[in-house]
Design a protein around this ligand. Structure first.
Ligand code: B12
Ligand code: SF4
Ligand code: SF4
Length: 390
């Protein structure tokens, strides 16, 4: 097959399998690798230690290491549904999920699509084609390659914005051991944010150090998904009711206004899923929770992490209906969750919603055996009498 025919076959297969944007590129060195290394050197990846492992860093710097004989990189963008619009209200106390997580887990869905594209290509070539599919966790500078493929521009919020689709797109790549003529533009698209800085100003936790520069350690997406331990106390109130990811820096972006019309978006489930009932989630047993998260991105966090997030969100509702589920979590088997439930009850106490908060926390303190949860109880009780922000 000629390189031109290979390019045409790749682009056609990608469109058949639902890619909204696609490009073929030659295997070249990345241009922002040093920038990535300096981000790691500053520790801004936090506890995502896999990002700094030597094999991961080396793979990002040299795509050839990911597939021996790699000659073509295919970059793809898949738009996903946005679920219920901001401001949608449902009865009960509701948490919020990042929109990308409201359907089937894209790691599975996009991987299957990439494998199907590789399969179609092998059929077209009439011989096996070595291929490696990459989605999110592989050592690939996904945004740089998407930008160099012309799929969109890297914006100040660090996301790739595909004009016509916005930023609610997920990226995937296929490495192939065949030659395909590049379809990418000669120069990547320039940033098109202009003077806007809405995302930088709207971030609830102040995670942007500057335009194009995010300190992951402060990002709600990191805190609720990637970070397994206690959420830093000074950030808990700022997390609000996000329990898995965050979309604030996308919700405010003018490039996302009125652009939800692409056909065949990766589908979301219903509003019940996107805005889950926090009281229901707090009450799920281990097996029920396993069933609830099946095939969704939520399966990627441990039960203790999800209930930790639910406890923080309940504390941030400022609503008396949060008291009973929080007291149940405070009496539960997971120390991390007990600690965050203590914080949350302390918040309700400070807000005047739970006048006997100190008595409840004192009783829990008397029987608490875990040192970290014990420390949380001490601080939660101190919050009740301190005038400043908890
Ligand atoms: C680690 C990671 C995170 C971390 C850190 C995010 C970050 N901004 O670095 C955390 C957990 C916080 C996170 C959050 C989210 N993530 Co994430 N994440 C990743 C991952 C695995 C690596 C990103 C990385 O290497 N970061 C390190 C920095 C240094 O690298 P970078 O962001 O790519 O660097 C860009 C900028 O630094 C930029 N740059 C720097 N200076 C300058 C200057 C100028 C002028 C320009 C133009 C650019 C520029 O250049 C780089 C791009 O080439 C990628 C998948 C992958 N393998 O790439 C997904 C990925 C970036 N995440 C994704 C998503 C969807 C999200 C969330 C939206 C999820 C959510 N709703 O909760 C949030 C968005 C938060 C945000 N504003 O970035 C998508 C983004 C899709 C898109 N449209 O861009 C990706 C590509 C996964 C995928 N396969 O689709 N994520
Ligand atoms: S995802 Fe949320 S917390 Fe993270 S940078 Fe964007 S607005 Fe800030
Ligand atoms: S909100 Fe403004 S600055 Fe931020 S990504 Fe969108 S256009 Fe760029």
């Amino acid at each position: 097959m000629t390189p031109d025919a290979a390019r045409d076959a790749i682009l056609a297969a990608a469109r058949r399998h639902g890619a909204h944007r696609v490009a073929t590129l030659p295997i070249e060195p990345p241009r922002r690798h040093e920038l990535y290394r300096s981000w790691l050197a500053r520790g801004e990846h936090g506890a995502m230690s896999y990002l700094a492992e030597p094999a991961h860093v080396a793979g990002r710097g040299d795509l050839g290491q990911l597939l021996s004989g790699a000659r073509t990189l295919v970059v793809l963008a898949f738009a996903h549904d946005r679920g219920p619009p901001p401001g949608t209200t449902l009865a009960g106390l509701r948490g919020k999920l990042a929109r990308y997580a409201t359907g089937d887990d894209y790691h599975l869905v996009v991987r299957d699509k990439l494998q199907a594209i590789a399969g179609d290509l092998a059929t077209a070539v009439g011989a096996p084609v070595a291929a490696r599919a990459c989605v999110d966790t592989a050592p690939v500078h996904e945004r740089e390659w998407a930008e160099r493929g012309g799929l969109g521009f890297v914006a100040k919020n660090t996301l790739v914005i595909a004009p016509g689709l916005g930023s609610y797109v997920l990226l995937g790549e296929l490495l192939l051991d065949l030659d395909a003529t590049p379809s990418a533009p000669a120069a990547p698209p320039a940033p098109r944010c202009g003077a806007c800085r809405a995302c930088l100003d709207a971030c609830p936790t102040g995670a942007f150090v500057d335009a194009y520069h995010l300190d992951a350690r402060r990002c709600i997406s990191y805190l609720t998904i990637e970070h397994a331990g206690p959420i830093p106390r000074e950030l808990r109130a700022l997390v609000g009711t996000w329990i898995f990811g965050c979309d604030v820096c996308q919700e405010v972006c003018p490039w996302n206004a009125g652009q939800d019309r692409a056909p065949d978006r990766l589908p979301a489930r219903d509003a019940e899923r996107a805005l889950p009932d926090l009281v229901m989630l707090a009450g799920l047993g281990t097996n029920q929770l396993r069933h609830y998260v099946r095939r969704t991105a939520l399966r990627r966090v441990h039960r203790a992490q999800l209930l930790r997030n639910v406890a923080v969100a309940l504390g941030n509702t400022g609503d008396a209906r949060a008291i009973a589920p929080l007291r149940a979590l405070l009496a539960g088997p997971l120390p991390l969750v007990r600690g965050h439930a203590a914080w949350a009850l302390g918040q309700l106490g400070r807000a005047g919603i739970l006048p006997d908060a100190d008595a409840i926390l004192a009783r829990a303190q008397a029987i608490e055996t875990d040192p970290d949860a014990q420390a949380e109880l001490v601080l939660a009780r101190a919050d009740l009498t301190s005038p400043g922000r908890a």
